[in-house]
Write a protein that binds this ligand. Sequence first.
Ligand code: FCB
Length: 462
Amino acid sequence: MSFGDDFVFGGATAAYQIEGAATLGGRGPSIWDTFSHTEGRVVNGDTGDVAIDHYHRYKDDVAIMASLGLEAYRFSVSWPRIQPEGRGPALEAGLDFYSRLTDELLGAGIDPWITLYHWDLPQALQDAGGWPNRDIAYRFAEYSALVHEHLGDRVKHWITLNEPFCSSLIGYASGRHAPGLQDPSAALSSVHHLLLGHGLAVDALRAQNVAHVGITLNLYAVEPASDDAVDTDAARRVDGFHNRLFLDPVLKGRYPQDILHDTAEFGGMGDVRDGDLDIISRPLDLLGVNYYTRYVITGREDHPDLVDKRTGQLDSPYPGAAHAREVRHGMPLTDLGWEIDPDGLYDVLTRLKREYPAVPIVITENGAAFADPLGDDGVVHDADRIDYVRGHLAACERAIADGVPLQGYFLWSIFDNYEWAEGYAKRFGAVHVDYETQVRTPKHSALWYSGVIRSRSLDEQS
Ligand code: FCB
């Protein structure tokens, strides 16, 4: 048995990617509704209006998860379903939906884990300036308190933000995610205000005696393409933006000096006030890690193996470091073109142990998109996905053996869903969803994962 009884095996989703019911129950629009309805933003013009209609089918979905033996389910609460304008009293219909979902999960023996913010900022708050506006951090803490007040009696694990890198530097710098802006200074202010919102939400939840609270960061193993200074400097910057810019303030109470220096021309992290970093670095009960790939980075514009040929600051998520780009390093690719590198997960986990204060770690997302052909038997035989998950779980085992306090693993995703700017074209699910009929069919990987959970080992699964 390689995973102890206390190790949690779960699956993850996010509200906008699965719920649909975009206008029901008084839900207001979020920045993702606006973005997805703007021509040219999302592949095929896909939107989350219907998604996998989880809002109506949540009971069936919980039953599927129970049949697979999932121990925990990480879902996000849609802020505009609770506060359509991003402020004011909570909508009963919104709270009631998540309350019914929570009860259904508990009744099925599945532990609910809540993410409070998985990218769907109420559009009204974007109209008020969005994350570059400091006030939004306070609104987020108020919203978090409303949700915890209602569900904290039954939900024991709370994650404030999912991947603030994406909400800030992709949303406001490269513009490839909502709200789709390209303003490096605004993006850096967003980093600070998201983290401040996280700290304020931790305080608000602690005031209500939250059981466990943490944050989820998307971390990468980052390496230079060569020993050349052009590449090592570019890799240092990418590591800074993806990893240290979030880990250092949250776990050490300071921003990395080199990144502050590199971003000085854009105003650094903006309006950082006395005491902010104390709030941002409140002690946590868990650190959520989302891991997908390793980045091998060059600073050479003419590198022959560039993944993305685009240049120029405006398309880059790295303020002041548009020249820093990823190169292929010869690993197999997922359907999204992400290199499959499970050793990178081991490297991320052991680095956390080496360089940061100890905090229980949970993999809150890991998984892969593949083309997933449907077999004649009506089942998707997704051997690629099984290999991916097996490799990454093996990396988890090694990290645990080396003393990393890793306590759980959540597969992204249990169901096929709306993959943000990629729309419905890319499938991450262990359960296939027919988007026309909404029929759900477990793929081979779902059955395999179920076997891993049952046996708590990778060895017995073919
Ligand atoms: C992460 C997101 C998640 C999903 C996966 C593939 O960045 O948190 O919602 O889209 O990527």
